[in-house]
Design a protein around this ligand. Structure first.
Ligand code: 5RP
Length: 222
């Protein structure tokens, strides 16, 4: 599949950024998994922090050294995937439900590099439903608030039950179609009690690597 080929190439290209003795933040999802596999093959033995239980299990199974945040002073480089990214390098993440840990790890990283196939680059964010992680208690009130904003607000399911994040919360997927002002929405969601994290990643990405048919395009934060 063309997208898998692009994901693999960009995952391998990102692994070239890793140097000896770095502490690496490992993202979550199918694109990040290609990076993790390429990293494991490089024999650099970096210390890693994982953005999800699934990533921790994958990385450990490949022989990488995964430690908790209590064991690292800082993260040198985090590599993760995106659901959508725009030309300002703002992104929607959390399709895999790992948004809270992904944002925490990005926020303590010296260098944040996100990777994706060419389908992830958008003129405007919002076609991909925005994951909003909430306290289960608050979820009905948050759903009403999101509906008032003009988006849909579906509680993510795992079978017939709500999906529960690694942090023990529920996720509301909010389809905005087009997010006119990601900065304004970020502030509004940050200010809402009961929302513990959301998938708008604003001003967090230093470099975006996008796989094209036969090259890797790099977009860098100014
Ligand atoms: C997980 C994420 C992923 O990085 C995002 O969903 C992209 O996944 P994929 O690389 O499988 O397309 O944010 O919470």
């Amino acid at each position: 599949m063309m997208q898998d080929d692009q994901k693999e190439r960009v995952g391998k290209a990102a692994a070239e950024l890793v140097r000896k003795d770095m502490t690496i933040g490992l993202g979550t999802g199918s694109t990040a998994a290609f990076f993790i596999k390429a990293l494991a093959e490089k024999s650099l033995n970096p210390r890693c922090v994982a953005t999800s239980e699934a990533t921790a299990a994958l990385a450990t199974s490949l022989g990488l050294d995964v430690v908790g945040l209590e064991n690292v002073k800082k993260v040198d480089l985090t590599v993760d995937g995106v659901d959508e990214v725009d030309s300002d390098l703002n992104a929607i993440k959390g399709g895999g439900g790992a948004l809270m840990r992904e944002k925490i790890v990005a926020s303590i990283s010296e260098m944040v590099v996100y990777i994706g196939d060419s389908s992830k680059l958008k003129t405007k964010l919002g076609a991909f439903p925005l994951p909003i992680e909430v306290s289960p208690f608050a979820s009905p009130a948050i759903q009403r608030k999101i509906l008032d904003l003009g988006a849909t607000a579906e509680i993510r399911l795992n079978g017939e039950m709500p999906f529960v994040s690694d942090e023990g919360h529920w996720i509301i997927d909010a389809a905005f179609n087009e997010i006119e002002d990601p900065y304004e929405l970020d502030v509004l969601l940050n200010m809402t009690p009961g929302i513990v994290a959301h998938g708008l990643f604003i001003d967090l990405i230093d470099k975006m690597m996008i796989a094209r048919a036969d090259s890797i395009e790099e977009l860098v934060q100014n």
